[in-house]
Design a protein. Structure first.
Length: 109
């Protein structure tokens, strides 16, 4: 199972997201759940990194592990908020459609 933990700040804006595990919903290289989660996380990072007002970092130290972190200032707040909503909607859709293979937890600090 892929376990995803997203952390939102007091404004409801994404600050971090980490995923670990394997969906085991198909053969390696053809697993639709794994591919979907990987695509969403990678695209989210590419979308926010380098954006004015947002500082983002990510790492995928090994297969089955990915994390991203984001900080923002007033200039990047709205963009990061929108990108975070998009990411979480996508991840939530996957976890609802494939509950045996993906679990999303959202924490607000």
């Amino acid at each position: 199972m892929i376990k995803i933990e997203a952390v939102l700040d007091e404004n409801g804006i994404l600050r971090s997201c980490k995923a670990s595990g394997h969906a085991k919903a198909g053969k390696e290289g053809t697993d639709i759940v794994c591919a979907s989660v990987s695509c969403l996380l990678g695209t989210a990072f590419k979308t926010i990194s380098g954006r004015k007002g947002i500082t983002a970092s990510c790492d995928a130290p090994e297969k089955g592990r990915f994390w991203l972190k984001a900080d923002y200032d007033a200039e990047g707040k709205d963009f990061l908020s929108t990108a975070g909503i998009f990411l979480l909607e996508g991840l939530n859709s996957i976890s609802q459609e494939y509950p045996k293979n993906c679990k999303l937890t959202i924490k607000q600090v």
